[in-house]
Design a protein around this ligand. Structure first.
Ligand code: ADP
Ligand code: MG
Length: 531
């Protein structure tokens, strides 16, 4: 049989060897982000091909910028990206947990447990955790929401700023929350973020309505309007477009003049159509020709040109208008409504502020340099993600490893109901969960095992129903009630960490035959201290 050409340059590893290689890759990847976990996690300095640098302690940023070719490591990175997309947080935890699940699985494989038995046990364990969440959750009261939003910023920015941003994020989330028949929908992308360099980051603020750094087409148009109808045009009010398919044979200046006049009449027709519809506010994605400014002004219309598509979308959602690229094709049902639309000069720059029925808010990120503004912007986005999640699903879990320890204790009891190998796998899952408190302790300069044992002991000897609140507060370096200390996280994040990490680990366990390209897929580098 002739050799299949594509397989020529590859080696094939099967069974145990493949699994061992894959797990090594997963562990190496976890090693690259382990030191960033928690508020005392260290920052990483990332340098790209062009020598640009970035400092971050965000696991997913580190992973996404790493040049990793190992297929299994890629799978884990994808799991962390999914975590980021679904929960906006918990990315480092997801990678650490999946690597730990794999490491523990490997030890069972060495003892002769088949990967499929391990997979079965892991699935049972994840399901058991999911059910146990019910007894662990606490309600997200106003006070707890603030604590959760602040926790999401711990270690990223100084304390006073954490509270400032957390408060603004909750306010913003409420401004965009919509009551739907199937519950509340709080979409963080409905909050507009505007950046301004200059001033102090503490001046960052929230404005009701949508703010754009834009001025109206001419100063002669009304500076502010109260309640009216808005038209959003996905094109422009200009000639260029209409001419695109027209070939002109100009014989005399008179012909050209009459042609121009005809075009202008067409534009004026469009404006008349807007007037007939009762439009007072107009925003176009493209240009508005200079010689129709007067007609728009005379009609009392406040008009904006070259409005970014993303801003038009936000306007559409806020005003309930439909974007249309043909002005003449606009009907009454395409129009939206606004409460007010005004122009204000801030620090010498004209801004357009639109308030609508559907809420909407703009966060103004300030800072003395572009870097600080960027930092403020990212922190706000993180806190906003948490606030939105909590409005949609108002449940929290204790942080600082408390929940993982409580789940592990529950699983060890649960495992007793199973025979043989599955029991071992469930116990291995329980052990893996403890990677979170262990790593938090280690990054705080504590002994991971001692800290874990102390925290577990305190949970198991605690009298009363709140044992599962006890975790490791890395700021005062001892076990205490995370709920009292305000270290809490949305249920959705922790649940997704568990689901994503289990899923990733299971898919690695399923691969027992790997084809390696000859140019050895690179395994990510181990962090310094491990080399
Ligand atoms: P991730 O990318 O997984 O979100 P983070 O670096 O954001 O990683 O760390 C989150 C972890 O830090 C959570 O487990 C959270 O409970 C924990 N944490 C936050 N603040 C504290 C604190 N003061 N003490 C102990 N743990 C904390
Ligand atoms: Mg985080």
């Amino acid at each position: 049989m002739s050799e299949v050409p594509i397989l020529k340059e590859t080696t094939r590893t099967t069974g145990r060897e493949a699994l061992r290689n894959n797990i090594t890759a997963a562990m190496a990847l976890a090693g690259a982000v382990r030191t960033t976990l928690g508020p005392l996690g260290q920052d990483k300095l990332l340098i790209d091909d062009e020598g640009r640098t970035m400092v971050t302690n965000d696991g997913v940023t580190v992973l996404e910028s790493a040049k990793v070719e190992h297929p299994v490591a890629r799978m884990l990175i994808n799991a962390s990206t999914t975590q980021d997309r679904i929960a906006r947080d918990g990315t480092t935890s997801a990678v650490l947990l999946s690597a730990e699940l794999l490491q523990n699985a490997w030890e069972l494989v060495l003892q002769g447990v088949h990967p499929s038995a391990i997979a079965r046990g892991y699935r049972q364990a994840e399901e058991a955790c999911r059910q146990h969440f019910e007894t662990l959750v606490i309600d997200a009261t106003e006070h707890q929401m603030m604590a959760a939003a602040t926790t999401s910023l711990s270690g990223k920015i100084h304390r006073a700023m954490q509270e400032h941003l957390a408060g603004l994020a909750i306010e913003a989330a409420k401004a965009v929350a919509e009551d739907r028949p199937d519950g509340i929908l709080a979409d963080p992308t409905r909050v507009k973020i505007l950046t301004q360099t200059g001033g102090s980051m503490t001046d960052s603020s929230l404005v009701t309505g949508l703010v754009l750094a834009k001025k109206r087409v001419t100063d002669r148009m009304p500076k502010s309007l109260t309640s009216g109808k808005v038209a959003l045009v996905d094109g422009g009010l200009e000639r260029r477009e209409m001419m695109s398919n027209v070939k002109l044979n100009v014989a005399s200046t008179g012909v050209l003049e009459s042609f121009r006049q005809q075009e202008k009449t067409m534009l004026l027709d469009q404006i008349n159509h807007l007037v007939d519809l009762g439009v007072t506010l107009l925003a176009c994605k493209e240009g508005i020709d200079d010689d129709v400014h007067a007609a728009l002004t005379d009609a009392g219309i406040q008009a904006y040109r070259r409005v970014a598509r993303s801003d038009l979308d936000l306007l559409a959602r806020g005003t309930n208008a439909t974007l249309n690229n043909d002005v003449k094709g606009l009907t009454a049902s395409d129009l939206g409504v606004f409460i007010s639309s005004r122009n204000e000069r801030w620090n010498g720059v004209m801004h357009w502020i639109v308030e609508t029925e559907e809420g909407g808010a703009t966060f103004i990120a300030k800072g003395s340099t572009n870097e600080t503004v960027g930092e403020v912007e990212r922190c706000f986005a993180d806190a906003l993600g948490v606030a939105c999640q909590l409005l949609e699903e108002p449940y929290l879990l204790a942080g600082g490893g408390a929940t993982q320890i409580a789940l592990a204790r529950h699983l060890r009891r649960f495992a007793e109901g199973f025979a043989g190998r599955e029991q071992l796998a469930i116990e291995a899952f329980a052990d893996a969960l403890e990677i979170i408190p262990r790593t938090l302790a280690q990054n705080a300069g504590l002994d991971p095992l001692d800290s874990l044992l102390q925290t577990v002991a305190k949970q198991s000897t605690h009298q009363g129903p709140d044992a599962h609140h006890i975790g490791l507060n890395v700021e005062n370096k001892s076990p205490s009630s995370m709920v009292d200390d305000g270290i809490v996280e949305p249920l959705r994040i922790t649940r997704q960490v568990l689901a994503g990490a289990t899923e990733a680990a299971l898919s690695v366990l399923r691969i027992d035959d790997v084809l390696w390209a000859k140019q050895d897929p690179s395994i990510p580098e181990m962090p310094d201290e491990e080399v």
